[in-house]
Design a binder for this molecule. Structure first.
Ligand SMILES: [Zn+2]
Length: 284
């Protein structure tokens, strides 16, 4: 009888229509878990359920699908996959899940403006493939999932996160939300920015570590940033990538770096072309 109730609760969590509903349902689940003596089993059960759903996504990760665009229930699964603290002791897991619920409630709100559709995303990915062979190079042996959220973030338009599996395969995740007008950039720009994060993560295999070579770009163009913490410098890298990736497209004029000197722009073009060629060597 009890087992049935747990299964229903877990299925109900996965069926959440958005992240705010997910937070409420997980909260309910945690309250139920805390009243139980078998916390470990139930957290493990939730993790197992998410892992099983993930293995279906992996079946779709192949050369014909260098990236996947997720909608509805798949987005919830992908989100849970990124936040569940696999392999922790149950007490630590509970704290971590609780922190994630608080984080959702503090940063997420109901949908505001419009959101990119699949067609817009495929157009951008096709442009990047054409310009850099982005999918063939950056996603050669790793995977990208672009999840379309039914919410807005309070202070941004998207998030990028990654998971490195034990076999060194990286799952890059971008969560695209409904546009927050006050953010000031079009959603296409946001997607390019996050794909810039996927690029540096792909090269260094660590989300907050940039390739050594970017130091030279900082010295030439962003001297003030030389002492910035890595978490800030990765943002400069992603904006530089966006600048180069948007050249020659209608997004060019919206780019915050568009006003830089043409020589600096040419330098960035050279730099990202160099990085792409280097990727060919490392992943050969
Ligand atoms: Zn960023």
């Amino acid at each position: 009888m009890e087992i049935k109730r747990e299964n229903v609760m877990i299925q109900d969590i996965i069926e959440s229509s958005d992240l705010l509903e997910l937070a409420d349902k997980v909260d309910h689940f945690l309250q139920y878990i805390q009243s139980e003596s078998k916390q470990k089993t139930l957290i493990h059960k939730l993790e197992q359920e998410i892992n099983t759903s993930q293995s279906f996504f992996r079946l779709m990760d192949d050369e014909n699908n260098p990236y996947q665009i997720l909608n509805g229930k798949s987005v919830i699964i992908q989100y849970l996959y990124n936040i569940l603290p696999y392999g922790f002791r149950e007490k630590e897991s509970l704290v971590s899940i609780r922190n994630n619920i608080n984080h959702i409630r503090a940063t997420i709100e109901n949908p505001q403006g419009k959101r990119l559709c699949e067609k817009d995303i495929r157009k951008i990915m096709a442009h990047l493939e054409n310009r850099f062979k982005y999918c063939s190079r950056v996603l050669k042996s790793d995977h990208l999932r672009i999840s379309l959220l039914n919410n807005s973030f309070k202070t941004m338009n998207s998030i990028y996160t990654s998971k490195i599996l034990t076999n060194d395969v990286i799952i890059h995740s971008i969560f695209l939300a409904h546009e927050k007008k006050s953010f000031g950039h079009p959603q296409e720009y946001t997607l390019l920015h996050e794909l810039g994060h996927a690029l540096h993560t792909e090269i260094t295999r660590k989300q907050a570590t940039l390739p050594e070579s970017f130091r030279s770009v900082q010295e030439l163009m962003f001297r003030k940033s030389l002492d910035f913490p890595p978490i800030q410098v990765v943002e400069i890298f992603a904006d530089c990538f966006t600048c180069v990736a948007s050249l020659g497209t209608e997004l060019e004029k919206n780019n915050p770096l568009n006003a830089i000197h043409p020589d600096d722009k040419a330098l960035l073009v050279k730099y990202f072309d160099y990085l792409m060629v280097e990727l060919d060597k490392t992943s050969a």
